[in-house]
Design a protein. Structure first.
Length: 286
């Protein structure tokens, strides 16, 4: 009995196969050049240490976002790109292979390739054109929204692909140095960092009370670790990794507080039980 030829999976189209073949041919051609100019590990390590000691790098080195009632944090795509550049002989990136507006999804490739060792980490994934909101999933139709959504999802896969190509000891040391740099601050005292953090959050509508709730202690007891945590969260909100309301749920007033506020605003009653009438000023005499 003859069976019909198996059709290729719709998730990976012809354009994807052509693009993968072209990209692979280009990288294979670059492998020879990379092997002729191998990286100097000692030099790369020294440059990494210097770079991670810079506050401008350390403040973007970590991410934080809520998931299933917990806070997920770790080294960011910014740190991955920075230390991959220093390590050398690595190509990485993301590429939108196809977009289906009818199905509301894009096909994206995220990859990292160590040309010197000829080792590659890549992933093709489907990015739905949707965004999670408090009222459920929202379909994205605006081109800018779709682009930002794809870039955000692609950056997460790219981060893992880059770290898969870098030695564990190299990444671990970079993370440790960045954390120490972040804890020290940018030459500011702890009080100055706290004032700056409160001001930054105030501009996006986050109150001191919300910050204190997040850290679990009053402002006067914040330490360097707390200031670093606030900096990481602020960067994550600025980069769109989580929204302000996800990081700091709005304050909810209780029924008792509403009743108390009404009592404070209500005029006091007189002995006969009636509220006093407002005084009317007499007209000035001429």
């Amino acid at each position: 009995m003859n069976f019909p030829a198996q059709q290729p999976a719709s998730a990976i189209g012809q354009a994807t196969a052509i693009e993968m073949s072209r990209a692979e041919a280009e990288v294979k051609a670059a492998v020879f050049i990379a092997q002729q100019s191998p990286r100097n590990i000692q030099v790369a390590q020294q440059e990494m240490r210097f770079t991670c000691a810079q506050y401008a790098v350390a403040e973007k080195a970590f991410f934080s976002y809520p998931k299933a009632g917990q806070t997920i944090s770790g080294p960011s795509i910014h740190l991955a790109r920075e230390i991959a550049l220093i390590w050398g002989n690595i190509q990485h990136g993301t590429m939108e292979l196809s977009r289906d507006t009818a199905l509301g999804q894009s096909e994206i490739l995220a990859y990292a390739w160590d040309l010197q060792r000829n080792s590659r980490s890549s992933q093709i994934f489907i990015a739905p054109h949707v965004r999670d909101t408090k009222s459920g999933k929202k379909s994205l139709t605006d081109l800018r929204d779709v682009y930002e959504n794809n870039a955000n999802l692609g950056a997460r896969r790219l981060r893992e692909a880059i770290f898969a190509m870098l030695p564990d000891w190299y990444v671990a040391e970079a993370i440790e140095i960045c954390q120490k740099t972040l804890d020290k601050g940018n030459g500011q005292s702890l009080e100055e960092r706290v004032v700056e953090a409160v001001a930054n959050y105030g501009r996006v509508g986050v109150t001191v009370k919300q910050l204190e709730t997040k850290l679990g202690r009053p402002r006067g007891e914040w330490d360097e670790a707390d200031a670093s945590k606030l900096q990481i969260i602020f960067q994550s909100v600025s980069h769109g990794e989580m929204t302000r309301d996800e990081a700091f749920p709005p304050d909810h007033i209780t029924a008792a507080e509403i009743h108390q506020q009404r009592q404070q605003k209500a005029p006091a009653k007189t002995a006969d039980g009636d509220a006093p009438q407002p005084e009317v000023a007499e007209p000035p005499t001429s």
